[in-house]
Design a protein around this ligand. Structure first.
Ligand code: IDP
Ligand code: MG
Length: 139
């Protein structure tokens, strides 16, 4: 099976609460290899562009405020079946619906402040990774 890649962000709530280490440990223990990673902060324009698909949703302004309020950890992860397996590891968008053992079950506060992002397709993983990293930052 081909190895492939997904893109993740540890969101501002997870960073504020000091959960970077615990979440990265869970990611590594689940077999993902980090091929790019940095602490960074999204501007309003960054967040509006990254989440453009949700522009018309009622929660969009709150989402932009949340995602820009502090630093995030952005990373590209490699594993067989990376996109699907990482979505399984993070769990449902709403932590109330997230399965036991998932990152969102353990670390998310609410449907809006849900600790982590995971790409939803191979195409979006490539787009989102390129949004945050230049070629020489990816290994
Ligand atoms: P995902 O992160 O599980 O892929 P999406 O539907 O793509 O979920 O939504 C992107 C992000 O927008 C979510 O992770 C969450 O932070 C926020 N969000 C999604 N749905 C809601 C909602 O109904 N209320 C508030 N925030 C939401
Ligand atoms: Mg999504």
């Amino acid at each position: 099976m081909a190895t492939n890649r997904t893109f993740t962000m540890l969101k501002p709530d997870a960073v504020e609460k000091g959960h970077i280490g615990a979440i990265l440990e869970k990611i590594a223990a689940s077999g993902f290899r980090i091929v790019a990673m940095k602490l960074t902060q999204m501007t309003k324009t960054d967040a509006e562009t990254f989440y453009a698909i949700h522009r018309e949703r009622p929660f969009f302004p709150d989402l932009v405020t949340y995602m820009t309020r502090g630093p995030i950890v952005a990373a590209i992860l490699e594993k067989e079946n990376a996109v699907e397996d990482f979505r399984a590891l993070i769990g449902a968008t709403n932590p109330v619906d997230a399965a036991d053992g998932t990152i969102r079950k353990q670390f998310a506060t609410s449907i809006s402040e849900n600790a982590v992002h995971g790409s939803d397709s191979n195409d979006n993983a490539a787009i989102e990774g390129a949004f945050h990293f230049s070629g020489r930052e990816v290994f």
